[in-house]
Design a protein around this ligand. Structure first.
Ligand SMILES: NC(=O)c1ccc[n+]([C@@H]2O[C@H](COP(=O)([O-])OP(=O)(O)OC[C@H]3O[C@@H](n4cnc5c(N)ncnc54)[C@H](O)[C@@H]3O)[C@@H](O)[C@H]2O)c1
Length: 263
């Protein structure tokens, strides 16, 4: 293809997710819900594994876009649930085009008192489940001829915060998993990238974000001078889920208002 032919072949349709199925873990609340609704706006149907009971808000938002959403409830720290998620999505839709490993948890505790049980729980969900679910879904995407895997990292994929060693370790691991998958799966037309949000006040960080001193300390380090919002993340997620990003593989994209550039 010549340079001009390549330029002419580009259109905004490349950002469309029409006819695609997106599996978004934890899409019933907060960041995951934002990703699911962004995908629905771009034309995708959604499959949502959830842990907490209430799914009414995301159901209403996705259906308001004229798209379908299906659910399965369970604990992703239990290894057997990973296969149940994949089987249920395949039973509902018969395909998986996009996977977002969004579900995550945290434990803030004085370092010397950090319990082994919390280390194991956080590592199991934030890192091991990212690998297990990605690994299962990749086998399906290989058969389908391609797909998109987006893993959710964090500002703490690059640096450490106090009192959350398991979260920091797991989120660093998410970058490693992303690069490994990109390397292994690129030849199957599967792209695996990570999105690393900065700070949005949600249940995953309410132990510290509810503390005004901590909140203000973080805000002071953000050049945008505010914490993040859902609509700050949604465009990048659609891009990485779409054909517009077919040559983006193994990237980790920080969406943090510039947080990572400051001392
Ligand atoms: N909020 C932020 O500032 C921020 C910043 C960077 C990254 N993140 C990441 O974004 C993702 C979503 O976080 P959020 O801020 O929306 O918080 P959240 O607590 O609302 O979302 C976490 C999701 O994980 C689910 N979950 C918890 N334990 C589970 C389990 N055992 N099995 C299955 N699912 C379980 C929750 O039910 C929820 O749907 C997480 O991976 C988090 O680490 C958040």
């Amino acid at each position: 293809m010549t340079m001009v032919e390549s330029i002419k072949s580009f259109s905004m349709d490349r950002f469309s997710l029409k006819g695609k199925v997106a599996l978004v873990t934890g899409a019933n609340q907060n960041l995951g819900m934002g990703y699911a609704v962004a995908f629905a706006k771009a034309g995708a149907d959604i499959f949502c594994p959830h842990f907490t009971e209430d799914v009414s808000e995301v159901k209403a938002l996705v259906e308001a876009e004229g798209r379908r959403i299906e659910f399965i409830r369970g604990d992703m720290t239990k290894h057997e649930h990973i296969k149940e998620i994949v089987d249920a999505c395949m039973a509902a839709y018969g395909r998986i085009d996009i996977l977002v490993n969004n579900s995550g948890t945290n434990c803030f505790r004085e370092f010397t008192e950090f319990p082994d049980s919390e280390w194991q729980r956080v590592i199991e969900l934030n890192m091991n489940a990212v690998y297990y679910l990605g690994h299962e879904v990749a086998k399906i995407m290989i058969k389908q001829g391609g797909g998109k895997i987006i893993n959710i990292g964090s500002a703490l994929s690059y640096t450490a915060d106090a009192m959350c060693p398991a979260y920091v370790t797991a989120k660093h691991g998410v970058i490693g998993i992303t690069r490994s998958f990109a390397n292994e799966l690129g030849k199957y037309n599967i792209q695996c990238n990570a999105v690393c949000p900065g700070f949005l006040a949600t249940s995953v960080n309410s132990d510290v974000s509810d503390n005004k001193e901590y909140y203000d300390k973080i805000t002071a380090r953000i050049p945008a001078d505010r914490w993040g919002r859902l609509d700050d993340l949604m465009g990048c997620m659609v891009f990485l889920a779409s054909d517009a990003s077919n040559y983006v593989n193994g990237a980790d994209i920080k969406i943090d208002g510039g947080f990572s550039t400051t001392l």
